[in-house]
Design a protein around this ligand. Structure first.
Ligand SMILES: C[S@@+](CC[C@H](N)C(=O)[O-])C[C@H]1O[C@@H](n2cnc3c(N)ncnc32)[C@H](O)[C@@H]1O
Length: 263
């Protein structure tokens, strides 16, 4: 299946924050309850160990995505030895502040818009992007990798979507999951119930964006091709692949880059 760029509602600046936050709330909820990044977390844990970094700069954090589940799987994050700073161009502030309030030992967040394409040099640390690298076209995606390499930062990218027929079919069922999950998501918000049950915009946008996300997701081969276009890529150790989830032939596509001096 060929990759297509197309568009997601989530990327549109005119999308009301209450709808955008409802979408990232659902992503955070499903990732946490499904523990979908469990296998990848072990890889990330090893990469962090080898890098020696004690700070993660999470880009495109949304509502925090897999952060709470990482606490379970990465002991150094759970203990607070490794801190995580959450950032987004459209930060889901209620969700990020709730996360920082409940686990202050390791989570902080930026209230201001931080673009993954322009990470402030004051934000030093190992960069992570969960379920978000597909938002960027090849030129911008390469720019994100190039910037990490130029600044000698470790970087890990993990995507739950894939250009796979099973996942495309699954996306048709997501509106029902949103209808079921909405009241249980935290923090509680009347606006989320409104955009779910009165005007069901969130369920429909989750399905549409999810479908498009699958079509936009890079394969490990495409990620490695991108890597080979980066100046200084040889100074890094790269791993790319798919970490299978359960018995189905689908999983988390990942790319991890570590500066060689750290290995
Ligand atoms: C599909 S959500 C993933 C959120 C979260 N990482 C997760 O796993 O649930 C993609 C996120 O990327 C953010 N985003 C899109 N373009 C961005 C950019 N240029 N810089 C920073 N964040 C961006 C969106 O605001 C959104 O929160």
């Amino acid at each position: 299946m060929r990759r297509i760029q197309f568009f997601e509602f989530e990327d549109q600046h005119w999308l009301p924050a209450s709808i955008r936050n409802g979408i990232t709330d659902f992503l955070q909820f499903s990732v946490e309850y499904g523990d979908l990044y469990k296998g990848f977390a072990n890889r990330l844990s090893k990469a962090l160990d080898r890098s020696g970094d004690t700070q993660i700069i999470d880009l495109c954090s949304g509502a925090g995505g897999p952060m709470k589940s990482l606490l379970k799987h990465i002991p150094d994050v759970n203990s607070g030895r490794i801190k995580v700073h959450l950032t987004d161009y459209y930060p889901n502030l209620p969700a990020l502040s709730e996360l920082a309030r409940t686990v202050p030992i390791c989570f902080t967040y930026s209230k201001d818009a931080i673009s993954a394409l322009d990470v402030p040099s004051s934000m030093a640390g190992f960069r992570t992007l969960f379920s978000s690298f597909h938002h960027f076209n090849e030129r911008d995606a390469t720019r994100i990798l190039q910037d990490a390499v130029a600044k000698k930062r470790g970087i890990a990218i993990a995507e739950l979507t894939q250009r796979h027929a099973l996942l495309l079919v699954y996306m048709f069922f997501t509106p029902f999951l949103v209808l079921f999950a909405s009241p249980f998501q935290k923090p509680f918000r009347w606006s989320r119930l409104f955009w779910t049950y009165v005007l069901p915009v969130i369920p429909l946008v989750v399905a549409f964006d999810g479908f498009v996300s699958c079509l936009r997701t890079y394969t490990p081969e495409e990620l490695m091709k991108m890597v080979h276009g980066i100046a200084g890529y040889e100074d890094y150790e790269w791993q790319a692949g798919v970490e299978w989830i359960g018995v189905l032939p689908i999983g988390v596509t990942y790319l991890i880059g570590l500066p060689r001096k750290a290995t």
